[in-house]
Structures are given as structure tokens and as C-alpha cells.
Ligand binder design. Structure first.
Ligand code: MG
Length: 253
């Protein structure tokens, strides 16, 4: 009897490993709730409290070399890559928080050990600024000892290549949807993080990525039917503005 139980547990364990469940990533943190705002430190805390696997956020570098967390390349009329940090440091987010630096964001992330930090480096107009951003950001992640807690994502192939070089072994995922898993593998990347319409067009890329030992992520998925379709495709991560709803959908099984 005991042997049978052990065998059943072994089968269940192998099954679990073969078909690991899709994980939830909160897009720009968990912001669609009281007191939060996109890319705020509160949104990171709320993503952790909601039990998300990961919390995504966007980073650009100022003209004088300070990485800050903001979605757009400008904030309230100030273009980040051509502004000095002193010019934007007191700007407020919609929830009243001050514009966070990456240093502040990572310090809070370090206090929240259950949530993976999904760090998007935004494309910059100047390639030199992208290269500066990669170096400064990788250094900050090291300074906080968070190398194992950060996954990098970017639409910029230049940034992705820079990350592979500057942060060897760190997972780097490409966002732009125009490279096959095999091409990304060759470049040393961990996988793709593509818009769900790209995955719908190329569902075979999920299997191809898995066969190459890579992971797959899809954004930004707020529709339950699309969430379910991606779960059925065995996508590893789904990035969503609705992390609580996605978590409930996954737990319903
Ligand atoms: Mg983003």
C-alpha cells in the first residue's frame, strides 16, 4: 500500500514538473486597486500582497545617470533621457507618491522576498543611453544583491544583447515579437515575452521554446478567455493588469 502511495506521489510530482502551472505577473505592479498607481512602490507591495509570482515595472535613465521607474519615456513633459534627475525628482504619481528611483524600488523589492522583480528597460532614443542604462541598472541590481530575483525584459534588441553581456546568467526575455525561440536561444536569452496576438499567430513557438529549455511569457492579458487559452498552451507566465482575477482562474482548476 505504502509503495503504491509513493508511486502515485512520484507520478504526481513528475506530472507537476512536466506541466508546471502558469504563473502570474502583475503588469506595472498591482495598480488597479485603492491607493495604488502604475509603477508606484505601492503597486509593487500590492502585487506581493496579492500573491503574484512577479511584479513588472519600467525603467529609463536620466541624462545624469539615474535610473527611474516610469512607463513613458517622458513624465509630465520632461523627457527622461534628456532631463537631469534634479528636474524630475519631486514629480508626483497619481497616488501621491514621488517618482521612484530604481534604487528605491529595488530596496523595497528586497523587503518582499516572495515576488520576482520583472525589470523592463525601456528603449531610449540614443543607443548610447541604452548602453548606459544597461550598465547602471545591472550595477544597482548587484548592489542590492538581487541578481537571483530579477528577470530582465526589453523591446530593444540592443538592450537585450547588452544585458546578456553585462549580466551573464541573468534571465533576459525579448518583448518585440519578431524573433523565433531558436534565434533568441542563439543570442543567449532565456525566452520570449510576446504580445498575446503574436502567441496566437505562432502557438508552436511555446512548444519550440520549451524544447529548447526556454520560458515563455505573454502580455498584457486582461481577458479571461485569452488567459485560459494561454494557460492551455502551457505558457509559463502571463503578464496582466488583473493579477487577482488570473490567480483565481488558475486556482479554480
Ligand atoms: Mg512594461
Amino acid at each position: 500500500m505504502k509503495k503504491r502511495l509513493m508511486a502515485a506521489m512520484l507520478v504526481a510530482g513528475c506530472w507537476g514538473m512536466m506541466f508546471a502551472q502558469t504563473k502570474v505577473i502583475a503588469h506595472r505592479g498591482y495598480w488597479d486597486c485603492d491607493g495604488s498607481a502604475q509603477n508606484s512602490i505601492t503597486a509593487l507591495v500590492k502585487a506581493s500582497e496579492a500573491g503574484a509570482y512577479g511584479s513588472e515595472f519600467d525603467v529609463s535613465i536620466t541624462a545624469d545617470g539615474v535610473p527611474v521607474v516610469n512607463h513613458d519615456d517622458d513624465i509630465q513633459g520632461h523627457v527622461i533621457e534628456t532631463s537631469r534627475y534634479a528636474e524630475i525628482k519631486d514629480l508626483k504619481l497619481p497616488n501621491g507618491e514621488t517618482l521612484p528611483t530604481l534604487d528605491q524600488y529595488l530596496a523595497k523589492g528586497k523587503e518582499l522576498p516572495t515576488v520576482q522583480l520583472i525589470l523592463e528597460i525601456k528603449p531610449h532614443k540614443q543607443k548610447a543611453n541604452e548602453d548606459r542604462a544597461v550598465k547602471a541598472i545591472v550595477d544597482l541590481v548587484k548592489k542590492h544583491g538581487l541578481e537571483k530575483r530579477v528577470d530582465y525584459i526589453s523591446f530593444s534588441m540592443n538592450i537585450c544583447k547588452g544585458l546578456v553581456k553585462e549580466a551573464p546568467g541573468a534571465p533576459v526575455y525579448y518583448l518585440n515579437g519578431d524573433a523565433t525561440p531558436a534565434e533568441l536561444k542563439k543570442l543567449g536569452m532565456a525566452g520570449f515575452d510576446y504580445h498575446y496576438k503574436v502567441v496566437q499567430k505562432h502557438p508552436e513557438w511555446v512548444k519550440e521554446a520549451h524544447e529548447l529549455g526556454m520560458k515563455t511569457n505573454s502580455w498584457t492579458v486582461d481577458d479571461r478567455k485569452v488567459m485560459q487559452w494561454l494557460i492551455d498552451q502551457k505558457v509559463d507566465f502571463i503578464t496582466t493588469d488583473k493579477p487577482v482575477e488570473l490567480k483565481q482562474l488558475l486556482e479554480k482548476k
